[in-house]
Design a protein around this ligand. Sequence first.
Ligand SMILES: *Cc1c(COP(=O)(O)O)cnc(C)c1O
Length: 431
Amino acid sequence: MTDRNQTLFDRAAQVIPGGVNSPVRAFRAVGGTPRFVQRAQGAYFWDANGQKYIDYIGSWGPMILGHGHPAVLEAVQKAALDGFSFGAPTEREIELAEEILKHVPSMEMVRLVSSGTEAGMSALRLARGATGRTKFIKFEGCYHGHADALLVKAGSGLATFGNPTSAGVPPEVVRDTLVLEYNNITALEEAFALHGKELACVMIEPIAGNMNFVRASVPFMTRCRELCTEHGALLVFDEVMSGFRVALGSAQSVYAKLIPGFKPDMTVLGKVIGGGMPLAAFGGPREIMRELAPTGPVYQAGTLSGNPVATACGLATLREIAKPGFWDALSARTQSLVDGLKGVAAHAGVPFSADCQGGMFGFFLLPELAQNYAQVMTSDSPKFNKLFHGLLDGGVYIAPALYEAGFVSAAHTEADIAETVRVAGEVFKTL
Ligand SMILES: *Cc1c(COP(=O)(O)O)cnc(C)c1O
């Protein structure tokens, strides 16, 4: 049989750089041929050969209800009939903003945009504009989209600031980006001691999903909050991935339960709030958000921002996940996957650790959970690649790189989880 995935990949490579429109899709980390998706339904998708997979990527998080949820489909179809885009305001934008704010009370106002990159970039500009400061802290292994100032890796020392991680990013653009180790309180305290009064913000993924799955420890998060408050820097939560994915109140609600009175100053959202359509947002207290144009001096705009079809999709998605019982069921399903994988890994004698929150999970081929990027990268990459391909051949699609998180949707059944664990058990025996 000819492999249509390979045929399409070869054809794509002629007209699209690397054959893909976002690099990780090219399977460079794991090798092999990317699967071209033909269609998806519920917890499954089918590739160009008609092969079916249990989907644990869910578009990297947005498909929390699974693919083709009837209520979402209906809302999107109805909205499309009324028009694709107007470049003028609509009532649905207010409804979506209200729905978001209802569940994430640290924000009083929110601005809708079209991608997480745009939201992160705009939040940084606003943090700088609102504080009148330029420098900021980010953490190694956290991804905040591909804006220039955020594509930075750690420099050689605390005083030296970052180096660009991409060609085309001028060193002067990242001169004010300070990159620290995640979960390292000492480094954080040193950085504030050196630069505290010049810092506009600390930007962080509270539960990092772009270095597999790594939680900020409670003492570390507590210190982030204290130091920001003490020095007048804003604590910016990038919840593009964790927002409405780990809990209805997002990761900040998880930390608020552990740290009395805790809240970030600003929040960046994306992925789930669009339900699979291009939609993202950033928000915070009124006094900060008022600094944005047209009420304030910080410019930000978008032709397709608050798009009527995207907002319909996001709104229908958020209304479904706010229904009683949704989070208990999703969390239990994710937990049973993690427990099942731990069981078969232990049985096969494979070093394995895993964690989850709500509908997001991660696992490491390591005896202990990683706490930072360097630890994540000590994972056995050839072994991961073997596991990835074993699962794929068995009809289970996880992220094609060991530094990515996984996602369970409400459409995944106990039978899907059991099948996944069974396939994983077979593959673990061969590792
Ligand atoms: C996905 C992601 C982004 C970027 O969002 P895009 O919509 O891909 O631009 C930013 N921050 C985090 C934490 C993400 O997971």
